[in-house]
Design a protein around this ligand. Structure first.
Ligand code: TPP
Ligand code: SF4
Ligand code: MG
Length: 353
């Protein structure tokens, strides 16, 4: 019943952002997911983040693969561009769209099956190429849509709803993203909106490949005792390394908030925006890729789920810079620029002979 459109009526006192839009203007259709599914909380966090960032909805392109998670772009940003691709193939479609028009904000939404199983190759390449995007994996450790088989992110020894123990080692997408060169890497929990909303805002403003792995319990197939992706398990084992206190600050605005020295890390990105991180673990350094990888592995071995902004490179490079592409989007170029003619083609062919 995805055709059900939400009524536009809203309370007259609902606050509006700088563009005059209320949160309702960033919603999509009525969700058809199971009540209590973590994915719906992530949609709500995306709506909140885009509303708070005063993003014009037509400037966002949402892309996804196949799965309950990949259905969610239908439930937020109903006035944005959207493309529901083939299972595991969202990253290449997103890369192509980004190359054709760098002016849009690219939001890739995927599942652990979509990204860590069938789409793991595509996931790897979109990260190592540094495509400017926010890539969110709604990670429940199962294939929810096809009724609860273990996915590649299910932990070794975790138990399925029918009592089967997983005998395979898990793929840790955060570790992979770090190893492959993503320049903003975070992990969060769908049940922690206070952490997730600022992370999404910071990741959207990050001018490079940003990845957030969001543990998102599947209430239908993976929320029982013995699961390491259940609400209870994640609440009991969550180890936040930091909190984004004041989230995104454009540099031109004066920062007047007082904070105790030594507890806050300010990360200035090369577009001038500043991300302020409140450290919860004094030994955690979000600028060091190698120590971030060690830290995550050490804590994973102890059964802890480390969350927060795990790594950020304030000076990221993106695919366009690597390829030295033309700035104007294809749809703003005329036929002469898009097709330089047969003489130019002949010249290129001759140079390759
Ligand atoms: C090529 C292909 N193979 C298999 C499927 C069947 N299939 C649909 S969704 C899915 C797994 C989805 O799992 P995940 O990405 O974790 O999303 P979730 O439903 O858990 O949110 C599979 C195997 C498919 N649609 N296409
Ligand atoms: S099956 Fe699981 S992942 Fe799919 S909507 Fe239901 S709770 Fe969510
Ligand atoms: Mg899944």
């Amino acid at each position: 019943m995805t055709y059900i459109v939400k009524p536009k009526l809203h309370h007259p006192t609902l606050p509006a952002n700088k563009l005059g839009y209320t949160r309702r203007d960033y919603e999509g259709k009525i969700s058809t997911l199971c009540a209590g599914c973590g994915h719906d909380s992530i949609s709500a966090a995306i709506i909140q983040a885009c509303w708070e960032l005063d993003i014009e909805p037509h400037r966002v392109a949402k892309l996804s693969g196949i799965g309950c998670s990949s259905k969610t772009p239908d439930y937020f940003l109903g006035n944005s561009h959207g493309f529901n691709s083939v299972h595991g193939r969202m990253p290449s479609v997103l890369t192509g769209a980004n190359l054709a028009n760098r002016e849009l904000i690219y939001l890739g939404v995927s599942g652990d099956g979509d990204s860590a199983s069938i789409g793991i190759g595509q996931f790897a390449h979109v990260m190592r190429r540094g495509v400017n995007m926010l890539y969110i994996v709604e990670n429940n450790g199962v294939y929810g849509l096809t009724k609860g088989q273990f996915s590649a992110t299910a932990d070794f020894g975790s138990q399925s709803k029918r009592g089967v123990l997983n005998s395979d080692q898990p793929v840790d997408l955060v570790a992979l993203a770090l190893q492959l060169g993503a320049t903003f890497v975070a992990r969060s929990f769908s049940g922690d909106k206070a952490q997730l909303v600022p992370l999404i805002k910071a990741a959207i403003t990050h001018p490079g490949a940003a990845f957030i792995d969001v543990i998102s319990p599947c209430v239908a197939f993976n929320n029982h005792a013995g699961s390491t992706k259940s609400y209870e398990y994640v609440r009991g084992h969550n180890e936040p390394v930091n909190r984004i206190d004041f989230d995104y600050w454009p540099r031109r605005e004066e920062i007047t908030v007082d904070y105790p020295e030594g507890e806050v890390v300010a990360v200035t990105q090369h577009d001038g925006s500043v991300i302020r991180l409140r450290k919860l673990h004094s030994d955690y350094d979000p600028h060091n890729r190698i120590s971030a990888m060690n830290y995550i592995q050490e804590h994973h071995a102890k059964g802890e789920v480390v969350t927060g902004l795990l790594y950020v490179d304030p000076q990221p490079e993106d695919l366009h810079r690597h390829l030295n592409t033309y700035e104007a989007p294809f749809n703003a170029m005329d036929a002469k620029d898009l097709c330089p003619g047969s003489a130019a083609l002949e010249k290129i062919n001759a140079a390759l002979r």
